[in-house]
Structures are given as structure tokens and as C-alpha cells.
Design a protein around this ligand. Sequence first.
Ligand code: NAD
Length: 370
Amino acid sequence: AAWVKQVRDSAMPRGTNGMSILVTGAAGFIGAHCSLALKKRGDGVLGLDNFNDYYDPSLKRARQELLSQHEVFIVEGDLNDAALLKKLFDLVPFTHILHLAAQAGVRYAMQNPQSYVASNIAGFVNLLEVSKEVNPQPSIVWASSSSVYGLNTENPFSELHRTDQPASLYAATKKAGEEIAHTYNHIYGLSLTGLRFFTVYGPYGRPDMAYFFFTKDILNGNTIEVYQTQEGNEVARDFTYIDDVVKGCLGALDTAEKSTGSGGIKQGPAQLRVYNLGNTSPVPVGKLVTILEGLLNVKAKKHVIKMPRNGDVPFTHANVSLANRDFGYKPTTDLATGLRKFVKWYVGYYGVHLGVKKENHVAKTKEKKS
Ligand code: NAD
């Protein structure tokens, strides 16, 4: 009963716009930041996360702790638990779902393909199945990925470009999510908005991403691997700062139309949208390393290697004019500024002392794997 009260209390809107939002993946990087931003402006927010150990679960617990300080409660459970999802909808008539829970990571998909299918396909379908039945149906904003552009070489990527050449199973499951969303929109009248994020970084970020483990390895004096394409070009990413992405997510939620169905029956045409949320200025990974070296005051030991054919793509570059037109999305943080904020968080979180001694920085390592 205490659990039920926590769920109801935290999901009750306190502001003026009356939104009540289920955030899946709320103990994750983007989910935690979005949950906080929504709560701060007065929306009702309830989190759901299975706290899996794909990367250091203690970082997920730290985000949970931060959220609980702001009275955001995270239910511990899995997307594939239909009974749990139904119970949550019984307790709270959510107006929106911000669906960010997924198995992320491009390379891990080669080691554990089934976890991608389970969370990104089966779990998404389960969430949609429950959502289509309830009355009123929620409007859903969900995380797709820039990886759907795969081997597309048109530059910059626009939403109209081809997405039929995924380079990893992760990308394939994100692409499948877009097709599945289309079906549920078409048949059941669910309002659905897909956001294609481009390499999001910042405080409380993901330890499996390059900017994060480069920071750790540079501080520890370990050699980092910097990728080149098979043709010898530098790999580049459209690194996007978390605060910009949060604004994009909130903009997408605020402009989402209502779903039109109920009880599994469509009553009228419903909205289906897909947007790029990137930074619009790709940076070569070598430049990322140079910025980190400056911020950390340590010279990196680099090993430049040809990119293995493991699912990574040579470059990403977002055209965001659609998101700008529809909800004023405009990224404002350049990589140097954003990384400064990340490093400030990192040294505080792991208790690193910068600039005391140039060699032999030892981070109090909390993560299990990098
Ligand atoms: P994250 O791994 O930090 O967050 C995802 C959270 O979902 C995790 O806390 C995990 O425990 C949870 N989760 C996974 N499977 C679940 C399941 N079956 N049931 C319940 N919870 C589950 O990742 P993130 O970087 O915050 O990414 C959020 C979303 O954005 C994901 O869908 C990801 O694919 C997408 N995305 C992220 C980036 C990026 O650069 N960070 C880029 C493109 C797309």
C-alpha cells in the first residue's frame, strides 16, 4: 500500500498543464534527466526501470537517488511484465508515455542479440498493447536512434533519407520499433512520436560510450583506441548535449496530439511523427580526444586503428529542421562546453583530483566494465 501511495503521489501533476507521464528507462541516462525536468516544471512523473546490469547498476541507483530527492518514484519492473503495466495504468490515468527504456549499445548486440529483441521489440510491443486498451489512451513519445540511418551516406541525415541499411542489430531493432509504431498508430489510433537521438552525452552519462570511457582511460593512463574508417578517414559523431535533448523530448511531449482510440478500437486519424534530435555539427573523434586532454590536463595515449566491422557507422550528422519547425528544437551546446560540464560531474562523482599530478590519476572506479 505504501508503494501504491508513492506511485499515485509522484504521478500526480502539480503544475498547470496537467500532464501525467510514465517515463520508462527512468534510471537510465536520458530518462533520469527528462524525469527531473518534467517534475521540476510541475508535471506528474512515474518512472519504470528494470535496473539491468548492462552497465554499472550503481550509477542507475545514483540517478534513482537523485530523482527520489525530487520526489520522482521509480517502479522496479520490466517492460515485458504486462500485468505490472496494467496495474500502473489502473493506479494512474497517464496522459503521456515517454518511452526510453531499451537495450542500448551497438557493439554489445553481437554478444547478446536476444536482449535487444526482448527489450526493444517485445517490450515495446507489450507497452503498446497495454496502451491501446486503456481509456483514455496515452500519447507516446519514444526513443528511436540515429543508427536507423545505417550506411546512408547522404549528409546531413534528414528524416526522408533511407533507413533500410541498418549496420547493427541494435539499429535493426530501433528501425523495427518505427515500423511497429506505424502499425499501432494505423490500427489502434495511438498518437506516436519517435525521436532519433544522436550520440547523447553529459553528466550521469553512460559508461559504455566513448566520451565516458575515454575520460576514464585517459585519467588512468590507459591507451585509447581511436577509430578510422577503412578508407583512413576519421570517424565523426554529431555529439548532442543532454540538456538540448531534454528540451527536445519536452517539446515533443508538449506538441503530441491526443490518441484517438480506446479499448483497442480506433476512433479517428491519429498522429505519427519521427524527428531527428541532433546537434547539427559532427565532430571527429580525434577532436573529442583533444578536448578531453585539455580539460583533464593529461596527454592521451592513442592507438589509431581501422574501424572493425562491428556495427559502427563512419559518421552521423543531423538535419533538425523538422523538429525546429514543429517544436522549436534548437541545440545550443557545443562539444567543448558540454564536455566541460561532463568532466566537472565526472571528477566530482568519482572523486578524481585533477592537475595535482599529471601521471597516475586513479578514478575511484565504480563501473564494472567500460
Ligand atoms: P540507458 O541504458 O542509460 O537507459 C535505458 C534504461 O532502460 C536503463 O536504465 C535500463 O535499465 C532500462 N531498461 C532496459 N531494458 C528494460 C526493460 N526491458 N524493462 C525496463 N527497463 C529497461 O540509455 P540512454 O542513453 O538513456 O538511452 C535512452 C533511450 O535512447 C534508449 O532507447 C536508447 O536506445 C536511445 N538512444 C540513446 C542514445 C544515446 O546516445 N544515449 C542515442 C540514440 C538512441
